[in-house]
Design a protein around this ligand. Structure first.
Ligand SMILES: [Zn+2]
Length: 309
């Protein structure tokens, strides 16, 4: 299954009413663009996230493969493009709570692919019609839709991280302990797993090693929340600025409030830790890390609420 994002600004109402997507094959100068011809890659069952005025109002499911089709009469009024075009018939699923893309832009930028991605470096929509969406970004958008709308859209979730597989994995993990998970436990763990793995992927696009000591083997790196998952709201949980990539030792110290950081990035070490343990855990008062403006906001919370002075 593939995912796309379509900027329907001029034609959303007409296309939604008609239940289709349409793009011209070329403009009046005979030029063609990937953001039109990529329509040909949309196949039956693919998911297309809509954007209209910066918001996702609908999610579309392609009802059939893309076909060559003349400009539908519904679009005649717009008088913008040549006649020959590509068309995808699609089911429009309207969201009760629209998603404002820019509210999640940091994470979206970290998760979107390199090629034909929908947004540019500063988070503005690229000029054009249809763009590609990575599986990671699609899963992230599904997660947001679910959080904001309160209903599950599991049927669209990519096969790679299906809930069923995750439950099987959890049951395998806990099998040795004969633990029976009820539905609530399962929901919680699924959310945490999907969230954590997306969160880690997003962070790994920005950082590649422990922020403190430089351990760079991704198998050992932990995407640590600065403001913990349990006290964060849904947006904060998936905001990459609320993350620090840390090795297990440093994650453990940070997570439990034995270390924190000043606004200028200098480390704060709890007086509870004696000299010996500081050496063993590889920390000293000269450590300083880079913090973005948004990370500093979360770090302020950590310093005030979590740090054991
Ligand atoms: Zn480390």
């Amino acid at each position: 299954m593939n995912y796309f994002l379509v900027f329907q600004n001029k034609s959303y109402n007409e296309e939604r009413k008609g239940g289709f997507l349409w793009a011209p094959q070329r403009n009046h100068l005979g030029q063609t663009f990937h953001h039109w011809t990529d329509m040909r890659n949309i196949k039956k069952g693919d998911i297309i996230f809509s954007s209209y005025g910066g918001q996702m109002l609908s999610v579309l499911v392609a009802k059939e493969d893309c076909i060559e089709h003349e400009k539908p009469v519904d679009l005649d009024g717009l008088d913008l493009w040549e006649k020959d075009g590509f068309m995808v018939n699609a089911e429009y699923i309207d969201l009760s709570v629209p998603i404002v893309y820019k509210d999640y832009m940091n994470s979206i930028l970290a998760l979107q692919g390199e090629k034909y991605a929908p947004f540019n470096k500063v988070g503005r929509g690229n000029t054009g019609y249809v763009f590609r969406v990575s599986t990671e970004l699609a899963n992230f958008l599904f997660e947001i839709i679910e959080q904001r709308n309160g209903y599950s859209i599991d049927i669209f979730k990519s096969d790679e991280t299906s809930d069923k597989q995750i439950i099987e994995k959890i049951e395998e993990d806990v099998g040795n302990y004969s633990v029976v998970l009820d539905k609530t436990d399962q929901d919680t763990i699924i959310k945490a797993r999907i969230g954590q793995s997306l969160f880690k992927k997003a962070l790994l696009n920005l950082e590649s090693k422990c922020k403190i000591c430089g351990v760079n083997d991704t198998r050992f790196l932990i995407a640590s929340h600065i403001k913990p998952w349990s006290t964060s709201n849904n947006e904060e949980r998936l905001d990459v600025n609320n993350g620090l990539l840390l090795c297990p030792n440093h994650d453990s110290l940070f997570d439990r409030g034995f270390i924190s950081f000043e606004d200028d990035g200098y480390i704060l070490v709890s007086s509870i830790l004696d000299e010996k343990i500081r050496i063993f855990m590889n920390i000293n008062e000269n450590i300083r890390i880079d913090l973005s403006k948004d990370q500093r906001e979360f770090m302020k919370w950590h310093r005030e609420e979590k740090f054991k002075n």
